[in-house]
Structures are given as C-alpha cells and as structure tokens.
Write a protein that binds this ligand. Structure first.
Ligand SMILES: C[S@@+](CC[C@H](N)C(=O)[O-])C[C@H]1O[C@@H](n2cnc3c(N)ncnc32)[C@H](O)[C@@H]1O
Length: 242
C-alpha cells in the first residue's frame, strides 16, 4: 500500500468521523462491536494502562475504562476521529499518529488493543515491532481484523464497486486492505518476538446483515466460533511479551 493509500484512509475517516458512531449506535452495530470487544477484553489484563491503536472515536478505550482500566490512551491517523474520542473519554489521552511509529517510551503499557484496523496497516512488521517495544514485560496485546478466507475474498471487489457507485458507508471503499490467515498472523507475531500467541476466528453476525438474519446469526455465533470457525470472518490474535 503506497503512502497515498494511507492518506486516502486518513481522509476517509476524517470525512466519516461525525457519523461513525451512528454506525455502532443501533442494535446490530452495538452487538457487533460489543462482541468483538468482549473477545479482546477477555484476553487483556484488566485494570491496567491501555493503548488502543486505530482508536477511532474511542469506543474500545471507553469500554476498557468502564471495566476498571487504570489509564487509557488511543492513537489514530485521523485527527477528526481523535477529536471524537477526546470528546467521548475526557479522562483519557488521544493522539494523532500511526501504529507503525508509536511516540511512547519502551515498556509503557500493560495492554495493547486494536479493533478492525490491522488490515489497513501498510507495514504490519513495523507496527508489531512497536507494539512489542512499548508493551511492558508480561503485558498482553489483542487485536481483531477481517481475515483472509473464502467468504472474505470478494470483499475488495465489493468495496471497489461501492466506491465507484459512491455508496455512503463508513468502511466500504477501496483502501487496498490486506487480509491475513492464521499462518501469516502466527508468523508476524512470532517474528516480532511475542510468546503465548493464540490465533482464532470470531464473528458470524455482521453489522450489514438484515435484522432477522443478524439475530439468527448472533444466536448461532458461539456455536460457529467453537465448532465451525471456517464460517467466522474476523481473525483474532492475542499474545504476550515475556
Ligand atoms: C474501522 S475503524 C475502527 C475504529 C475503532 N478501532 C473502532 O473499533 O471503532 C479503523 C480506524 O483505524 C484508523 N487507522 C487506519 N490505519 C491506521 C494506522 N496505520 N495507525 C493508526 N490508525 C489507523 C482509521 O483512521 C480508523 O479510525
């Protein structure tokens, strides 16, 4: 992905920042985001000092703090998303910047999260190197992002069409995203020096489904994630810095 792609992502999120939360405010959006957040929450140490990469409007930082977090920090390339996050969590720190170059000292955080961001990142090795550096020994990272599998293969083309016919959607644009499979994730986290690496598939109910289908999908989601993970579309990774 060229720097112009990152710039395109930044501009897009600046444009949708004021409407982004409405995407996650309605019944499906809330359930979808809460479902992903719960996966991360279970993998991260509670009551710690959190950094959320690609924090957007601060949805996950807010949840972590409500769950007893000691301190919350978010970083995002979009200034407008950061402004919304500052408004949402007044007692937390939000800065404009990229996960590939984190402006904090070594060993600064107990927990690092990233929700629906990793597929956008131009240099995943650089980001994971930075995550490793700023995580304290014994700290945990957890992220989830759209994964690479048969059911997600058509998404880039769908997004290209969406962009051509100017669909107004918070994520539906051709950003040259990269989707990862389990082996790629394992190798990336291994390469960055992490241990206790767990990679799994999550999500069966998607925010863009119609209500009755979404409601059915949420009911069978725990079964799908456990027994038929081939049908889940987000990839989730948690790991530890020894
Ligand atoms: C789909 S939104 C997810 C926002 C938030 N994590 C949430 O759960 O609502 C993706 C966010 O990632 C940010 N982003 C994309 N690439 C990034 C990068 N390299 N570093 C930091 N933020 C990035 C975008 O600006 C956008 O706010």
């Amino acid at each position: 992905m060229s720097p112009t792609k990152t710039e395109k992502i930044r501009r897009h999120y600046d444009t949708v920042a004021d409407t982004y939360d409405s995407h996650y405010d309605h019944h499906r959006g809330k359930k979808y985001h809460t479902h992903l957040s719960n996966h991360l929450m279970h993998a991260l140490p509670q009551g710690g000092n959190l950094l959320d990469i690609g924090c957007g409007t601060g949805l996950f930082v807010e949840k972590y703090m409500k769950n007893g977090g000691k301190a919350g920090t978010g970083i995002d390339i979009s200034g407008k998303m950061v402004a919304r996050a500052r408004h949402r969590c007044k007692n937390c720190d939000f800065i404009i910047g990229t996960g590939e170059k984190i402006p904090f000292a070594d060993n600064s955080f107990d927990a690092i999260s990233s929700v629906l961001v990793f597929s956008y990142v131009k240099d995943p090795q650089a980001m994971l190197g930075e995550v490793y550096r700023v995580l304290r020994p014994g700290g945990q990272v957890a992220l989830c992002t759209l994964g690479k599998k048969l059911i997600t293969r058509g998404i880039p083309s769908l997004y290209k069409i969406g962009e051509k016919i100017r669909i107004k959607h918070v994520v539906m644009k051709d950003f040259g995203e990269h989707y990862y499979d389990e082996r790629e994730m394992q190798e990336l986290f291994d390469g960055a020096g992490f241990s206790d690496i767990h990679v799994k598939w999550c999500s069966f109910a998607h925010i863009d489904m119609f209500d009755p289908i979404f409601d059915f999908a949420t009911k069978v989601e725990p079964f799908v994630e456990k027994r038929v993970p081939q049908l889940a579309f987000n990839i989730f990774v948690s790991a530890k810095k020894e």
